[in-house]
Design a protein around this ligand. Structure first.
Ligand code: SF4
Ligand code: SF4
Length: 285
């Protein structure tokens, strides 16, 4: 059986301390007999860079060590067809390169006595911001696709939700992660919420207020009750104590007509309002 290849994802920015850690870790792992590839930052590496093809063709299993939580690292690699048995490690969780090396070696196949290697893969990278979907949680409800006004998400030929246009994502915006019912959308560089950044075992709690705001602003039909806000309904609030749809917040007593719903003009207005929506969602945290 081929040895596990260890990928070490370089830090995003020039950082001598992190670079020294990465280099010492590479030496330690190769000293333990493992093949090591130092690569550009796994999250920032461009979508169609040739490195992805090389990684997808690696024989045997892959372990990737990055400066991110393990979940986003794993799902970025899987998005690029690296679907062997994957191990992911967060370098920041270890006090020393030696401790990190020990943790990796313990989880990989026993060394066969042959020498390890170190090779560096080079590519120009610029910092990126895009969602990473954790498919172990995603239930394919497509709400993120309905929510995003920039065409980041699409359904593929098998009707599976995918991140089709990651570079369309608005930098700094983690808004769709707040409406995902499964906590499946990760923004690994989110500094304000560890659940959104993909911390192990943490779930982003969907924000009902954020959802109501979304339906009001976009006036898209609610997938649960099938109704949509009119301009007048979006401007007001339902009477207190009125039973409302748990998804969109519209009263369930048909008191609000949807006859005047105009999806084209509503969508245009929603696009104009997106910056305000994002700001409002962030204030809701
Ligand atoms: S909203 Fe969440 S669960 Fe639904 S399709 Fe998107 S990522 Fe998957
Ligand atoms: S964060 Fe905003 S722009 Fe990016 S995918 Fe989600 S909704 Fe779209």
């Amino acid at each position: 059986m081929p040895k596990t290849t260890v990928l070490i994802s370089r830090a995003a920015t020039a950082d001598n301390e992190k670079r020294a850690f990465e280099d010492a870790l590479a030496r330690a792992l190769s000293g333990a007999g493992l093949p090591v590839l130092l690569m550009p930052h796994v999250y920032h590496l461009a979508e169609h860079d040739a490195i992805w093809q090389e990684l997808a063709g690696l024989p045997g299993n892959v372990a990737c060590i990055s400066w991110l939580y393990p979940r986003p690292t794993e799902w970025v690699l899987r998005r690029h067809a690296i679907s062997t048995d994957l191990l992911a490690f967060d370098m920041a969780a270890y006090d020393s390169p030696e401790a990190c090396c020990t943790a990796v070696v313990e989880k990989t196949a026993p060394a066969d006595g042959s020498a390890g290697t170190v090779r560096e893969l080079h590519a120009e990278v610029t910092e990126r911001w895009h969602p990473v979907v954790d498919y172990s949680r995603c239930v394919n409800c497509a709400q993120c696709m309905q929510f995003c006004l920039f065409g980041v998400y699409e359904l593929d030929d098998a009707d599976k939700l995918i991140v089709r246009n990651p570079n369309n994502c608005k930098p700094g915006c983690p808004a769709c992660s707040r409406i995902c019912p499964s906590g499946a959308i990760i923004f690994p560089l989110c500094e304000t919420d560890t659940a959104i950044a993909g911390a192990p075992g943490e779930f982003m709690t969907p924000d009902p207020s954020a959802k109501v705001m979304f339906y009001k602003r976009t006036r898209k039909p609610c997938p649960i009750c099938g109704r949509a806000y009119t301009a007048s309904a979006a401007a007001g609030n339902p009477p207190q104590d009125a039973p409302v749809c748990n998804e969109c917040g519209l009263p369930l007593d048909n008191a609000l007509s949807t006859d005047s719903y105009d999806s084209a003009s509503a969508d245009a207005g929603a696009s104009d309002d997106l910056d305000a929506l994002i700001d409002d969602l962030e204030r809701l945290r």
